[in-house]
Structures are given as C-alpha cells and as structure tokens.
Design a protein. Structure first.
Length: 98
C-alpha cells in the first residue's frame, strides 16, 4: 500500500504542479501528454499489482477496494495543501511575485 500511495501522491502532485500559480481546477485535463503518461503509469501499476509473475518479481499483491479507497483518499490530501499554498502565493503572503 505504501508503494501505491507514493505513486498516486506523485500523480496528484503532477496535476497540481502544471501551474505554480493557477488552481488545478482550471482546465485540469488540458495537458494530453500528462494524461497519457498517467494512464500509462496506472496501467503499469495495475500490471505490477495483479499479474502473478510480476507480483512475485516486485513483491506485491492485489489490493482490495477498501485498500484502494484508503490510498486514494490519503494520496489526495496533498492537493488541498498545494492549492492553499498557491492561493496564499497569489494573495501575496510570500512577498512579490515575479
């Protein structure tokens, strides 16, 4: 679960870091290459988790729906923190923007 959590955190961060000032909610899926990369990575993650010989090679096991729910909720928690930071930056809390 830790491995999958770290991967999903990076996905959420990738979407948040598309802009250092604008909200992730502003055209969230506008970058088609990022979307394709995320889909590709999810496919690879699924293979590592659910294909038996890859499970053995990577030391993983399939996750239940409850596990996935916990992981997604916990990984998503990085987004509000990053959005709050961007909001504070836009409001000038960290000094003048260049």
């Amino acid at each position: 679960m830790a491995f999958v959590s770290l991967v999903l955190i990076q996905f959420f961060k990738a979407y948040n870091f598309r802009s250092d000032r604008h909200s992730v909610l502003r055209k969230p899926f506008a970058n088609k290459w990022l979307n394709l990369a995320i889909v590709w990575e999810l496919l690879m993650l699924g293979l590592i988790l659910y294909v038996p010989f890859l499970q053995k090679a990577f030391g993983t096991f399939g996750l239940t729906m409850i596990d996935w729910l916990i992981i997604v909720v916990m990984a998503f928690t990085v987004s509000p923190v990053l959005e709050l930071t961007k909001w504070m930056e836009r409001r000038g809390w960290f000094g003048e923007l260049n």
